[in-house]
Design a protein. Structure first.
Length: 406
């Protein structure tokens, strides 16, 4: 569907206020572009200032139209119109939710719960004789013409005006809250995110890109492997602390990408490759460390098994992403137990948390503190074995799903 948007009140001074490194109007345009909006209608009186914003973001696919007659421009729209009260910080998922709800039944208008955004169907546009100045005025027109207005609760998605300092403060808090992902484990949500978002708040105001920060975490991963390879209590402790620290920093590049609208397929792949390289370097460091300082046969066998199963698991997972074109993150691998209702599936969903980096990095640090870092090899061997087994099962499941769809 072609989506056209009209921006109201774009001349308000706060539209050119920066929120985490981006102008509010830039955030509005970024969100609309990510949502698939084709055209944005803007007042010609703002063309000079907005053209500077547009020129700084040449990658945008949106067509910007400056007009002195919104009525003439809207008369040509056949599918409906998304109306935003600007300056507005809006989540990229909101336009689709408004459009889906507003086109579900004939004669409906979908509006956000705080009336900052609304979708008006083509039927309404054909009836309207004038262009209201606010979303509220548009809604009054729609009700007068017999349209049903459905209010949508966006359940935490950002949709806020920023007309004053209090609203800007509220928007910043909402943006930081939005950085927590549904896939975050307990450790990540309660321990790592509060620290990583503190870094992201600062870095968002700098020219540092998410990919550059990913490279920095990769260098810390090399340092981790170096200390682990030296062996001995203090080196294991430093290595374990660095490994846990990189687990915390692992969230920063993704947070920066979302705050700055810099996410990309390449960035996903880079993040995944650097993360897994850090795992392998840390594992290699522990193995080298135990061979340098001596270890029991059981620990040596655990080290060999850990290396074998980690390599097999990663090869299987990367083949899955490439084979089924699932993007650049291992979170996209669909395991058989993820949606099942039986006891085994529920148990595996709980057990899977122990394979997430946030938890096992914390466990590694704990083992280093009590002087039992070599035990991590047994932990890794067991977890990598199950990841490999279920990744193979995921291959078969995805292949069968593809056959059914075809």
């Amino acid at each position: 569907m072609t989506i056209t948007t009209i921006i109201l009140q774009s001349d308000h001074p706060s539209a050119y206020t920066k929120v985490y490194g981006l102008l509010v109007m830039e955030r509005t345009f970024h969100a609309l572009e990510r949502a698939g909006v084709n055209t944005v209608l803007l007042p010609y009186t703002e063309e000079e200032r907005l053209q500077d914003v547009i020129n700084r973001n040449k990658e945008w696919t949106i067509q910007f139209q400056f007009t002195d007659s919104f009525k003439t421009a809207i008369d040509k729209i056949e599918t409906g119109l998304l109306v935003l009260a600007a300056p507005l910080v809006i989540d990229q998922k909101i336009p689709h939710k408004l459009i889906e709800e507003g086109t579900r039944h004939e004669g409906q208008v979908a509006v956000s719960d705080n009336q900052n955004a609304a979708f008006f169907p083509a039927g309404f546009l054909k009836k309207t004789k004038a262009i209201p100045r606010t979303v509220t005025d548009w809604l009054d027109f729609a009700k007068r013409d017999g349209f049903t207005v459905n209010t949508i609760d966006f359940q935490g998605l950002a949709c806020h005006t920023v007309f004053d300092k209090e609203e800007i403060k509220s928007v910043k808090k909402a943006l930081i809250r939005s950085l927590t992902k549904p896939t975050d484990g307990w450790v990540s949500r309660n321990l790592n995110r509060p620290i990583s978002t503190s870094f992201s708040r600062v870095l968002a105001h700098t020219p540092i890109t998410p990919n550059q920060f990913t490279a920095v975490t990769g260098l810390i991963g090399l340092l981790t492997g170096f200390f682990l390879a030296l062996g001995g209590y203090w080196n294991y402790l430093i290595g374990g602390a660095l490994f846990h620290f990189t687990s915390i920093l692992d969230g920063v590049d993704g947070e920066l990408a979302r705050l700055k609208f810099k996410s990309s397929p390449f960035g996903q792949w880079l993040d995944t490759m650097v993360d897994n390289s850090s795992y392998l370097i840390a594992l290699a460091g522990i193995v080298i460390g135990i061979y340098r300082n001596g270890a029991s046969d059981a620990v040596r066998i655990a080290g060999i098994l850990a290396v074998v199963f980690v390599v097999l698991a990663l090869v299987s997972l990367y083949l899955y992403l490439l084979r089924f074109k699932s993007g650049g993150t291992l979170l996209n691998v669909e395991y058989s137990f993820q949606n099942g209702d039986g006891f085994f599936n529920r148990f595996m969903r709980v057990a899977a948390a122990f394979g997430k980096r946030d938890l096992f990095a914390l466990i590694f640090l704990g083992l280093a503190i009590i002087g039992q870092m070599p035990m991590a090899l047994g932990y890794v061997a067991i977890m990598a074995f199950f990841v490999f087994v279920f990744s193979v099962q995921a291959h078969f499941g995805a292949a069968n799903k593809r056959k059914i769809e075809v």
